[in-house]
Design a protein around this ligand. Structure first.
Ligand SMILES: Cc1ncc(COP(=O)(O)O)c(C=O)c1O
Length: 449
């Protein structure tokens, strides 16, 4: 669903939009002001790229430091080294289940192995199609070839960069069996609509929640919407264990099948009547156990997850609430009933027409002011050679026509990535705000050339 951004329009934003190009003359050292006129123009500060002072003077220091491990983690890992064994894994899985209120969870050596086990658990017939977002990563998609599954590449909603439900409807066939939402950079997908669509067509929802640990919609924690979900815990993720992953399951058969895929030593732990007990000793050819150091870090970080998410979100709100009032600068649309989180970057959109300058020029000017910002353009999944070479697939992926993914194309034309501050940074946020306002005040001269 392409949901329009319908948030309240503030007076300041209204003023800036109304001011149009004239708004460019309103930047003063103290920030944007409604008082225009020749006097204000005279005080317009020169851009750093033209020899003016940089708006960002504060050192970035540890503002984007991640992961945040401290003495507590160091002590716990040191303790493991004194008596090395696998005992930290089970307490992490228990803590995970308690946090999410879920019945079954299995920790893995990384997110890819958690997601691969999840695909095996589905036990789908060969040739089954799974709707995946083209604006996404290969990790849960390429392993589909091991199980004769077929990824079908769906367009993204340009307002969210998440899977577009309208396009899912267009790509649905009699072979479609599942849909795999990925909550891009911490922004929850439209799960209520995805859920309704899946129910209507008898599809399974399987979540790749690798960017959205602790995010919610209507108090349903991300990962709990689907039949199964998988998470990466790799070191850049909202819950970082350097390298690790976990999958969670609602029903016992899914759990036992998935666990048996990559754990030769666990089938004996299933109840006597389990169909998978007999595979004790061999599994199905993979060994995907979590490293105990990763389990220690993951358990300790999970205890701090909500606080860490809150700290980062507060910095983003402080910055975005102000800079998204500038014409043509917006953030991905978050449903009011959702509680999003952030993964590694603060993604924003520049609408070149509304901003009156090109994204490339705006980014150059912001960089000169000292802002940690880049143009953001994601390599679309379907463009990787592996996806179109028949020797790797028993059932070929369904690739989109080049002109059928306007949402992905639009996101790639508009997106920028700004540093995500993981701790309280009032000075930096203030200076970043000043940098954006200054660049926007000069937008007419920055232009598109
Ligand atoms: C969306 C997404 N899914 C899955 C993965 C795979 O996780 P891992 O790197 O832990 O194997 C990643 C890793 O970056 C990811 O970004």
């Amino acid at each position: 669903m392409h949901t329009e951004h319908s948030g309240p329009v503030s007076t300041r934003r209204g003023f800036m939009k109304a001011a149009g190009a004239a708004g460019a003359s309103l930047y003063l050292a103290g920030g944007l002001t409604a008082k225009g006129g020749a006097g204000a123009q005279a005080k317009l500060e020169a851009l750093a790229m033209n020899g003016g002072p940089k708006a960002v003077q504060a050192a970035a220091g540890s503002a984007t430091k991640w992961p945040l491990y401290g003495d507590e983690e160091i002590a716990a890992v040191s303790e493991l080294l004194r008596s090395p064994d696998y005992t930290p894994i089970a307490p992490f899985e228990e803590a995970w289940k308690a946090y999410h209120g879920c019945a079954y969870a299995k920790a893995h050596c990384n997110g890819t192995s958690a997601l691969t086990s999840m695909l095996f658990a589905l036990d789908l017939p060969p040739g089954s199609e799974i709707l995946v977002c083209n604006y996404s990563t290969w990790f849960p998609v390429v392993p589909m070839r091991f199980f004769d599954l077929v990824p079908v590449f769906v367009d993204a909603n340009p307002k969210t960069m998440n899977i577009c439900i309208e396009d899912c409807k267009r790509r649905l066939t009699s072979r479609t069996r599942a849909i795999m939402p990925v909550h891009w950079y911490g922004l929850p997908c439209d799960m209520p609509e995805i859920d309704a669509f899946a129910k209507e067509h008898g599809l399974d929802v399987i979540e790749d929640a690798s960017h959205a640990h602790g995010a919610r919609i209507n108090d349903v924690i991300i990962g709990n919407w689907g039949r199964i979900s998988g998470f990466s815990l790799q070191g850049t993720k909202p819950l970082p264990s350097i390298e690790g992953g976990i999958a969670m399951y609602k029903n016992r058969t899914d759990y036992e099948r998935a666990v048996t895929y990559g754990n030769y030593d666990l089938p004996n732990s299933f109840p006597e009547d389990s169909a998978y007990r007999k595979y004790q000793g061999t599994a199905f050819g993979s060994k995907l156990r979590m490293h105990p150091v990763s389990a220690i870090l993951a358990r300790m970080q999970l205890a701090k997850l909500d606080a860490m998410n809150a700290a980062g979100c507060a910095q983003v709100r402080r910055l975005n609430d102000r800079i998204t009032q500038l014409p043509g600068l917006s953030e991905p649309y978050a449903r009011p009933e959702s509680k999003r989180v952030y993964y590694s970057k603060n993604l924003l959109f520049i609408d070149e027409k509304e901003a009156g300058m090109s994204r490339a020029n705006a980014v150059k000017a912001l960089q000169a002011e000292g802002v940690d910002v880049l143009e953001y353009s994601w390599k679309l999944l379907h463009t990787y050679p592996l996806l179109s070479e028949s020797q790797w697939w028993r059932h070929m992926p369904v690739l989109p026509a080049a002109d059928s993914i306007p949402g992905c194309d639009e996101a790639n034309k508009k997106a920028i990535q700004v540093a995500y501050f993981t701790s309280d940074q009032p000075e930096l946020v203030e200076q970043y705000t000043k940098a954006f306002e200054k660049v926007w005040a000069h937008r007419e001269s920055i232009g598109t050339a």
